[in-house]
Design a binder for this molecule. Structure first.
Ligand SMILES: [Zn+2]
Length: 100
């Protein structure tokens, strides 16, 4: 789980996920209040994580003859798994420059 570079506290999962939905890489630490930048830990891992759910849904849909509601259920499960793993692929940095 991402750790604040300033105070060393681990950020709650909820904080990272809610920030992801805001589509910003900037967030205030819930413990010390300093601005932290959410930095991707591993770009290839994040890319795989972004494409894997869609790839799995298409593959499963092609191999198994499943109905639309089943595909949707499978998609929901994948999104939940994705959201659980997602915050682990980030680091926090006090400096935006480390993004590059
Ligand atoms: Zn902090």
């Amino acid at each position: 789980m991402p750790t604040c570079e300033n105070c060393g506290q681990k950020w709650p999962w909820k904080k990272i996920v809610s920030n992801t939905f805001k589509l910003t890489n900037k967030a205030n630490c819930p413990y010390c209040g300093t601005t932290q930048y959410i930095v991707v830990k591993s770009k290839p891992a994040t890319a795989i994580l972004n494409f894997l759910p869609a790839f799995l849904i298409i593959t499963v849909g092609m191999i198994f003859d499943i109905s639309v509601p089943q595909v949707l259920m499978f998609a929901v499960v994948l999104v939940i798994i994705f959201l659980i793993i997602y915050p682990f692929t980030f680091n926090l940095s006090s400096d935006e420059k480390t993004l590059n």
